[in-house]
Design a protein around this ligand. Structure first.
Ligand code: MGD
Ligand code: MGD
Ligand code: MO
Length: 783
C-alpha cells in the first residue's frame, strides 16, 4: 500500500494538476439571470441527454404537489407560482445532474481501480452518472465489488457492534436528506448511543444559529417572503444571490418595485447584487431588467465588523441630532437589555478608523446609515461571506444589534434572513440532527420512546476529523454529501479518512469521498429528490423545510435509474434493525414501510408539528412557529428580552507578502458537484484554477495577469500547497483574493475556525503567492 502511494507521489491528481485548461476571459456581468440563464439551464438538460425526462421534471419542480428543488433552500411563493416554472438556472442544472440516465454500475467499478479514479477531479467523476448498486471495498482491495443490501447492512452492524463505545462511530449528514429520513437517522444514532452527528451546517450556517439563539431566542431567520415585498431597506451582506439563491432575486425585484432600497456589502461586485433580468417573466426575457443595489459597498474581506460598527456609530449620532426619530427607544426599552453599555462603547471609536478598517470611504458609510436612519423596516440577509469568518458569530450579533437599535425585528417587513444553502439543511436541524441536542429535546425523545438518549455532546465536522486522526472514531457513515471535498485541509482530512475501519456513503452520484476511504468501504445508492419513491406500491412523498421555516411536501416524478435503489429512510431502518436487533425499542419496520408513520411520531417528539400529516398535505405546506418573528425574544439568559452584544474589531494585519483569500463558489457548481468549468457572471470560461487579485497588487508583486502561480498557507507551522493557478485581475479590494472551493480547501487549515461555532473559516485564509515552480510537485504529499 505504502509503496503504491509512493509510486503515485508525483503523478497529476485532482489537488495537483500539471496542466490547465484553456482559460478564456469574457465580460464580467453586471446583470444576473435573463435569457442566457434560461438557455444555460436547457442546454444542461440536453448535454445530459435527458431533455424529455428533464423537461417533464422541470415543470413539476417547486410547484404545489411537485417536488422540492434539490438545489438551494430559498422558499417558494405562498400564493401564485410562475406559470413559466418556479426554477432557476441552477435548479435546472441540479436537476440535470440527478436526472441523468448515465449510470455508474458494478461493471464500471470492475473496470476502474479506485486509486485511478481517486486522482480525478470532482468534475470528471460527476460526469459518470448515477450509482445503481450497493458496492463494497474489502480490506486491501483495489476495486469496489457488488454486495447485496442484506450483506451490506450485516457488515455495518458487525463494525458498529464491535466498537468499544458507540462514540467511536460518527454519522454525517449533508443537507438534502428529507425530514422523515433525518428523523429516523438521528433516532438511530441516539438509540445506538452517540451524539456524533456532524453535518454540513457545521460548515455553513452553524455560525448563524450560534449567534441568533442567545440574542433573539431562535437560531433561524425571522422573515418570510412577504416581508421582502413590503420593506424599506434590504441589506445583503456576504451573500451572492445571483449564483446561489437565484430565485431570491425575484423577491428582491418585487421589493424594489414596491419602494425598497438595497445595500450590497461584498468584496466583489457580484452580478446578482447589481442587477436582474427576470427569466420567469416575459419582460425580463425581452429587455428591461432592474438595477438591484442602490448602494454597493466593496468591503475588505472581514472588514464587515468595522463597517457595521461604523453604521451603528452614525445611527446613534443621528439620534442625538434628531431625538426619537432614528432609534426605536420604546422597543429598546421594552424588548432589549444592554443598550447603555452598547451605546457607550462608541465613545472609544472614531469613524475614520472604522472606515479605514472596513475599506469603505466615510462618505459611503454615511450614505448607508442615512438610508437606514429614518426607516423602520430593514431586512439583513447574509451568507457564507460572514458565517465563514473567524469572528462570524460576533458579526451576526452586530447585525442583531443594529436591528435592535432600529426596532426592526419581529415585525412585518423587518428582521434577519440567514440565507440557507442545502434545500433541507434547516429541516435536518429541526429533526434533531445536531451534535449538541438540548436536554429538552432529548427528554421528549426519552419520554416518547422509553430509552435514555446519550447526553454527552458529540463531534462536529472539524472535531470529527481530528478524532478520526486520533483513531477515536473508527466508523464513519455519511448520509449524502462529499465529506472529503467539502471539508478543510484536504490532505489532513484524507489521512484521517484512510485511518477509519469502515466508511459508508449513502449517495446518488459517485464522488471523491467514495475513493479516499477507510480500510473497508461501502457505497449505498439511493433516490434523489426528483425520483419516484414507491414503498409498498404507494407513491410516497417526503417533506422539507425551507430557509423561512415553511414545511412542505415533495414528491418525485422520474423513474429511478435502477431497481436496486432504496430510499434513505429504509436504509436507516434496515441498518438499525441489523445493528440493534432485539435491543431496540423502536418499531423500525413500521417506519420503513410508511413516511406517514414517521411523521406521526415526529409530531410527538418535535414541537411545531401538530397534525403534521394533515398540514403537510395542504398546498404550500405550513409555517413552523417562530416567536421572534412575532416580536417575542425568549432567551435563556434574559427572559423575554433580546440582549445587545459587545463585540470587538479584529486586527487583520497581514505580513508584507501575505494576502487574504476567500474561497467561494462559481456559477457552475453546487458545492462539490461541478457542473462545468465556467463562472459566467465573473467572466471566467473553461478553468476553475484562477485567483482573483487587485490590479495594483499584481503589479506590486511583480506579476502580470494570466501568470501562473502557486498558493501557500503556513498556519500552525505546516506548509500547505495548492499548485498552478492563473492570476485574473479583478475589482477586488487590495490584498484580498478569491479562489474556488473545493480546489483550494487544501489551504484551509483545520484549526482555522470560527470562534463559537467551530466552523472552518474558509473565507479567511492567509496565503502567499509565488510564481509557479514546475518542481513544486515534489514537495506535495499525494492524498
Ligand atoms: N449554484 C449554487 N447554488 C448554491 C450552492 C452552490 O454551490 N451553487 N451552494 C448552496 C449552499 S450549501 C450554500 S451555503 C449557499 C452559499 O451561498 P453564499 O452564501 O452566497 O456563498 P458563497 O458563494 O460561498 O459566498 C458568498 C459571498 O461572500 C462574499 N464574501 C467573501 N468574503 C467576504 C467578506 O469578508 N465580507 C463580505 N461581506 N462578503 C464576503 C463572496 O464574494 C461571495 O459573493 O448557496 C447554496 N446554493
Ligand atoms: N472552502 C470552502 N469549503 C466549503 C464551503 C466554502 O464556501 N468554502 N462551503 C461549505 C458549505 S456551505 C457546505 S453546505 C458544505 C457542503 O458539503 P456536502 O453537503 O458534504 O457536499 P455536497 O457537495 O453538497 O454533496 C454532494 C454529494 O451529495 C450526494 N447527494 C446529492 N443528492 C443526494 C440525495 O438526495 N441523497 C443522498 N444520500 N446523497 C445525495 C451526491 O453523491 C453528491 O456527490 O461544503 C462546505 N465547504
Ligand atoms: Mo451550505
Amino acid at each position: 500500500m505504502e509503496k503504491e502511494k509512493d509510486k503515485n507521489r508525483n503523478e497529476p491528481s485532482a489537488e495537483n494538476p500539471y496542466k490547465l485548461s484553456d482559460l478564456k476571459l469574457t465580460k464580467v456581468e453586471k446583470w444576473a439571470a435573463g435569457v442566457p440563464a434560461v438557455m444555460a439551464a436547457f442546454s444542461d438538460l440536453f448535454e445530459e441527454g435527458v431533455p424529455v425526462r428533464g423537461m417533464k421534471a422541470l415543470f413539476r419542480m417547486n410547484q404545489k404537489n411537485g417536488f422540492d428543488c434539490p438545489s438551494c433552500a430559498w422558499p417558494d411563493p405562498d400564493d401564485e407560482r410562475s406559470p413559466l416554472g418556479e426554477y432557476c438556472e441552477n435548479g435546472a442544472k441540479a436537476l440535470a445532474e440527478e436526472a441523468t440516465t448515465k449510470k455508474v454500475t458494478a461493471a464500471f467499478f470492475k473496470k476502474n481501480a479506485v486509486c485511478d479514479l481517486a486522482r480525478l477531479t470532482d468534475f470528471q467523476i460527476g460526469r459518470m452518472g448515477r450509482l445503481t448498486d450497493p458496492m463494497y471495498m474489502p480490506k486491501n482491495g483495489t476495486h469496489y465489488q457488488p454486495i447485496s443490501w442484506e450483506e451490506a447492512f450485516k457488515k455495518i452492524a458487525g463494525h458498529l457492534n464491535a466498537l468499544e463505545t458507540p462514540d467511536e462511530a460518527a454519522f454525517y449528514t449533508s443537507g438534502r436528506t428529507s425530514n422523515e429520513a433525518s428523523f429516523v437517522y438521528q433516532l438511530f444514532a441516539k438509540e445506538f448511543g452517540t451524539n456524533n452527528m456532524p453535518d454540513c451546517s457545521n460548515m455553513c450556517h452553524e455560525t448563524s444559529g450560534t449567534a441568533l439563539l442567545p440574542t433573539i431566542g431562535i437560531g433561524k431567520g425571522t422573515v418570510t417572503l412577504e416581508d421582502f415585498y413590503d420593506t424599506d431597506v434590504i441589506v445583503i451582506i456576504g451573500q451572492n444571490p445571483g449564483t446561489n439563491a437565484p430565485r431570491m432575486m425575484s423577491a428582491l425585484e418585487k421589493g424594489k418595485q414596491n419602494g425598497a432600497k438595497i445595500i450590497a456589502i461584498n468584496p466583489l461586485p457580484e452580478a446578482g447584487l447589481m442587477g436582474f433580468h427576470n427569466p420567469q417573466q416575459i419582460s425580463g426575457i425581452i429587455g428591461g431588467g432592474v438595477k438591484l443595489a442602490d448602494l454597493y459597498l466593496p468591503v475588505k474581506i472581514n472588514g464587515d465588523m468595522a463597517l457595521l460598527k461604523a453604521i451603528a456609530l452614525l445611527l446613534i449620532d443621528f439620534e442625538k441630532k434628531s431625538p426619537g426619530e432614528v432609534l426605536d427607544q420604546q422597543f429598546i426599552l421594552d424588548k432589549t437589555v444592554g443598550y447603555d453599555a452598547f451605546a457607550r462603547q462608541f465613545d472609544n471609536y472614531k469613524l475614520e478608523d472604522l472606515a479605514a478598517a472596513s475599506g469603505i470611504p466615510q462618505s459611503a458609510i454615511y450614505e448607508a446609515a442615512q438610508m437606514m436612519a429614518f426607516k423602520k423596516r430593514i431586512i439583513f440577509c447574509w451568507g457564507m461571506g460572514l458565517t465563514q469568518q473567524p469572528n462570524g458569530v460576533a458579526m451576526i450579533r452586530e447585525i442583531v444589534n443594529l436591528l435592535l437599535l432600529k426596532g426592526s425585528i419581529g415585525k412585518p417587513g423587518a428582521g434577519v434572513c440567514p440565507v440557507r444553502g442545502h434545500s433541507n439543511v434547516q429541516g435536518n436541524r429541526t429533526m434533531l440532527i445536531n451534535e449538541k441536542p438540548t436536554d429538552e429535546q432529548l427528554d421528549l425523545i426519552r419520554d416518547f420512546y422509553g430509552f435514555e438518549p446519550p447526553r454527552k455532546h458529540g463531534y462536529d465536522v472539524v472535531r470529527v476529523i481530528k478524532a478520526m486522526h486520533e483513531e477515536k472514531v473508527k466508523v464513519f457513515f455519511s448520509m449524502g454529501g462529499n465529506f472529503l471535498s467539502a471539508t478543510p485541509d484536504t490532505t489532513y482530512t484524507a489521512e484521517a479518512l484512510r485511518k477509519l475501519k469502515l466508511t459508508v456513503c449513502v449517495s446518488t452520484k459517485l464522488n471523491r469521498s467514495h475513493l479516499v476511504h477507510g480500510q473497508e468501504a461501502l457505497i449505498l445508492p439511493t433516490y434523489s429528490r426528483s425520483d419516484i419513491d414507491m414503498v409498498n406500491g404507494v407513491h410516497q412523498f417526503v417533506s422539507t423545510e425551507n430557509s423561512m421555516g415553511v414545511v412542505q411536501s415533495s414528491k418525485g416524478v422520474l423513474e429511478p435509474v435502477s431497481r436496486h435503489l432504496i430510499n434513505e429512510t429504509q436504509i436507516v431502518c434496515r441498518m438499525a434493525m441489523a445493528t440493534l436487533g432485539s435491543r431496540s425499542v423502536v418499531n423500525w419496520q413500521r417506519y420503513a414501510g410508511s413516511y406517514d408513520a414517521v411523521r406521526d411520531d415526529i409530531e410527538k417528539c418535535i414541537p411545531g408539528f401538530d397534525d403534521y400529516n394533515n398540514k403537510v398535505r395542504r398546498k404550500g405546506g405550513f409555517y413552523l412557529p417562530n416567536a421572534a418573528r412575532d416580536g417575542q425574544f425568549i432567551t435563556k439568559e434574559f427572559g423575554d428580552r433580546a440582549p445587545f452584544t459587545l463585540t470587538t474589531i479584529p486586527d487583520n494585519t497581514l505580513a508584507p507578502d501575505e494576502y487574504m483569500m476567500a474561497t467561494t463558489r462559481t456559477h457552475d457548481q453546487f458545492n462539490t458537484t461541478i457542473y462545468g468549468l465556467d463562472d459566467r457572471y465573473r467572466g471566467i470560461k473553461n478553468e476553475r484554477r484562477v485567483i482573483f487579485m487587485n490590479q495594483k497588487d499584481i503589479e506590486e508583486a511583480g506579476f502580470v495577469p494570466g501568470e501562473k502561480v502557486d498558493l501557500f498557507n503556513y498556519d500552525n507551522g505546516i506548509e500547505r500547497i495548492a499548485p498552478l493557478f492563473i492570476i485574473v485581475a479583478y475589482a477586488i479590494p487590495e490584498r484580498n483574493t478569491v479562489t474556488y472551493f473545493p480546489e483550494t480547501n487544501v489551504l484551509v487549515a483545520i484549526n482555522n475556525v470560527v470562534e463559537g461555532s467551530n466552523m472552518p473559516a474558509s473565507k479567511f485564509v492567509k496565503i502567499k503567492i509565488k510564481k509557479h515552480n514546475p518542481e513544486i510537485y515534489h514537495l506535495i504529499k499525494q492524498l
